[in-house]
Design a protein around this ligand. Sequence first.
Ligand SMILES: C[S@@+](CC[C@H](N)C(=O)[O-])C[C@H]1O[C@@H](n2cnc3c(N)ncnc32)[C@H](O)[C@@H]1O
Length: 313
Amino acid sequence: MNGSFPAAGNHVFLGDNLDLLARVPDGSVNLVYIDPPFNTGHAQERVNTHAVRDDTSARVGFRGKAYRSLRVGQKAYDDAFDDYLGFLEPRLLEARRVLAADGAFFLHLDYREVHYGKVLVDGIFGRGSFINEIIWAYDYGARSRSRWPTKHSTILFYARDPRAYTFDLDASDRIAYMAPEMVGEDKAARGKTPTDVWWHTIVSPTGREKTGYPSQKPLGIMRRLLAVHSRPGDTVLDFFAGSGSTGVAAAELGRRFILCDSNPEAIAVMKTRLDAATTHFHDCDHVQPAPKPARGAQRAVAPGAGADGGIVA
Ligand SMILES: C[S@@+](CC[C@H](N)C(=O)[O-])C[C@H]1O[C@@H](n2cnc3c(N)ncnc32)[C@H](O)[C@@H]1O
């Protein structure tokens, strides 16, 4: 990190990411991953239920016993935008500005907006900076009978400089051969490196990884992405952080993280997932405005800034 904001350590911000981004120095982040709302046109909600015994219920389950679902919580964020690309554009411009010279940018969208998103990011990074379209394919949930069930989303990968970016394929997890009998025992046991199609199950609705936050991305996806596209000690920024999967993967892999979300429920989920003792939690509203640097001067910490450089929360 070449700037003073935020100071060393892991940081989570509550507030509009545009407010945060305005204070992040140029070229100070090695990897930006964002998973903005997909513009589905309706609020994203996840109602969490817990089954409890109830002999009066008609719902019969395990060993013929009757259960009823107890509503234990609901988490939601808004996902309907009149001008989706107008919302994204200033944030994408900031994403490029804060990236280091050899940094990489990842935009996660689904089929509704990915083609518009690609054209928009091409215009900001340049078409030559587009490196890959990663398809995350899964196979879970209801299957439409009127069209092909949509079971994938897309991560667009751009390099700030297409001639110099981190790509450590050896750091990737390996996957099974589809026809192991054709490659011999050793190769089959080792597995192979993934392609641009990543088969990975969604976060299991009943598994331990589940936080209950809508649209939570699996750690398996985030681990692979961070392992290959960043190095230990690098700074990773996710400014649509949701449940904080990026931060969890970054912490596991020894990367520093900066996360932001405008939804207090997301921050609450992150607090339970991340090590609250070593992560600094801030309110964007409490971030001091960045001072205008004098001509030719280095970037400076805002006058009266907190110990962590510009933050007084
Ligand atoms: C698709 S979810 C991210 C899910 C996340 N990748 C995960 O694994 O949990 C999008 C998130 O963007 C947040 N968001 C929407 N507008 C925002 C804004 N202007 N500033 C910060 N966060 C915003 C929403 O609250 C939501 O949590």
